[in-house]
Design a protein around this ligand. Structure first.
Ligand code: ZN
Ligand code: ZN
Length: 251
């Protein structure tokens, strides 16, 4: 099995070598670390050069929007060989850690940065579907790929983002007992627009729910998705890895 964890997080306190080693042992050959804070960007890029199959995205999570001042740091580091995307960026009205207006402005800055660098975008969208949709539609160029990561919206929203050219990414939530609606959405997503992620250390899939998540557990998400779609797991693994490589432009 050759699977791709398209979105997870690392922190300087993590046992990075152990996390990547365990992932590789479980068939996770490719990984992409999503950036969240300004403060960890440099650490991440330095650390990750040791691992050729681990790629990065750089950006500022909506929770951190309040700490954003300008794109200098990101412009300086965007040509680092591991950087394959801009993210995660977006809007989060559930936690609302940063004021809405500010979140929208930071989101727009990074979408314009993606237009300029031609890199794909990883979008975090929680309880903010209407605004996310409008901001993407009005600011992101048509030729720039984007994914709504950790998708938890309705079928209606799934269809709107797909029509706009988006990918949808699914994680451990898909395995939860009460996630019937998300499994129903998955069945309607064109197969070439599906990505999988762990979003670790958060949202561990069953049977690890409630524990600290890590990329090695990705197979449980794909297993549930294959069962939902009634296709062999190997086939879905192959399709989703191909999608991820296309999305991130990895040969
Ligand atoms: Zn997120
Ligand atoms: Zn994330």
């Amino acid at each position: 099995m050759n699977i791709f964890d398209t979105h997870f997080h690392l922190d300087p306190a993590d046992d990075v070598d152990g996390i990547i080693h365990r992932a590789n042992k479980c068939g996770v050959e490719w990984l992409l670390v999503a950036g969240t804070t300004i403060k960890n960007t440099k650490w991440l890029l330095n650390k990750i050069t040791e691992f050729p199959n681990v790629k990065t995205a750089i950006g500022v999570h909506p929770h951190e929007a309040i700490n954003f001042t300008n794109l200098d740091l990101f412009e300086k580091n965007v040509s680092h060989p591991s950087v394959k995307a801009i993210g995660e960026i977006g809007l989060d009205y559930f936690y609302d850690n940063s004021p809405t207006e500010l979140q929208i402005n930071v989101f727009k800055s990074f979408l314009n940065f993606a237009n300029a660098t031609k890199l794909p975008v990883i979008i975090h969208c929680r309880d903010a579907f209407e605004d996310c949709y409008n901001v993407i539609k009005q600011n992101l160029n048509d030729d720039i790929r984007f994914v709504i990561h950790c998708f938890t919206g309705s079928l209606d929203w799934a269809e709107k983002f797909i029509d706009l050219g988006g990918y949808l990414s699914f994680n451990g939530i898909l395995t939860f007992k009460n996630s019937e609606e998300i499994r129903a959405v998955l069945k309607h997503v064109p197969k070439n627009r599906i990505l999988f992620e762990t979003d670790s250390p958060y949202l561990a899939p069953i049977p690890y729910r409630g524990k600290k998540n890590e990329p090695a557990y990705l197979i449980h998400v794909i297993e549930k998705a294959a069962e939902t779609l009634k296709i062999p797991i190997d086939e879905l693994a192959e399709i989703s890895t191909k999608n991820a490589k296309t999305f991130y432009n990895i040969k």
